[in-house]
Design a protein around this ligand. Structure first.
Ligand SMILES: [Zn+2]
Length: 236
């Protein structure tokens, strides 16, 4: 039996995560993980405001509790909040029911803090097992992955990061960036020690996109005109 594309797409939808947006609009989706951060979030938000861009911020419960006013600023600026986790521990440590409980509790806490229902979940390190996926979906959220990245977690010359963010960039692509770096206090596996000018980095990346005629928006905004592209994404 030949398995045609619709069958494959239906199978992916059963256990799938969002990996991009199918759209005719010239829009790239911006996502920022690991915040809120007292320095980084402000730098990123200023670069976005300068260019009339919106983004989806996948925040951590640990950091939202430390910086609740930043969370309010993100929402007030027209951006979207997604969940990166109650903390930054790798999900494969947890079974389906623990994943569901942790995800649901953190999503509720953030909804109470922001007054917005959350729709999206970004697994720390992009790692999720099938039981994790089931837990996230049972908590009412949808996992979101990415295409192009900013390489901002690597200690590199800024121009290499700017160039990296062009690879795989096209309308409907989801860019991965960070407005902070989770540390061991957040349950991260290691500390990122280099510093970077996020205002300059995001500004340069967005200016390159603008030169190609692309706008930059949150995932929720992009889905007003497009449909999610769903694929199975699992790793331990
Ligand atoms: Zn992260």
């Amino acid at each position: 039996m030949r398995i045609g594309r619709p069958v494959v797409e239906r199978a992916a939808a059963l256990v799938g995560s969002v990996i991009a947006v199918r759209t005719r609009a010239p829009e790239i989706v911006l996502t920022f993980d690991d915040g809120p951060d007292p320095v980084g979030t402000e730098q990123v938000m200023t670069a976005l405001a300068d260019r009339n861009a919106t983004a989806t911020f996948f925040v951590l419960g640990t950091r939202s509790r430390r910086h609740p006013s930043l969370l309010a600023e993100i929402v007030a600026a027209g951006h979207e909040i997604g969940l990166h986790g109650p903390d930054h521990q790798p999900l494969p440590r947890f079974d389906a029911s623990a994943t569901e409980r942790r995800t649901a509790d953190a999503a509720k806490e953030l909804a109470d803090l922001t007054g917005r229902e959350l729709r999206w979940f970004r697994p720390p390190y992009g790692r999720q097992t099938l039981p994790n996926w089931r837990g996230i979906r049972a908590a009412g959220l949808m996992p979101v992955f990415w295409g192009p990245t900013t390489w901002d977690w690597r200690d590199l010359p800024q121009q290499e990061r700017v160039a990296k963010a062009q690879q795989g960039a096209r309308p409907g692509a989801i860019l991965l960036g960070h407005d902070g770096f989770a540390g061991t206090l957040d349950g991260a596996l290691e500390e990122v020690t280099h510093t970077l000018d996020r205002h300059d980095l995001i500004g340069q990346i967005l200016d390159r996109y603008t030169a190609k005629g692309w706008r930059t928006v949150s995932l929720g905004h992009a889905l007003e005109k497009g449909r999610p592209i769903i694929a199975a994404r699992f790793s331990r």
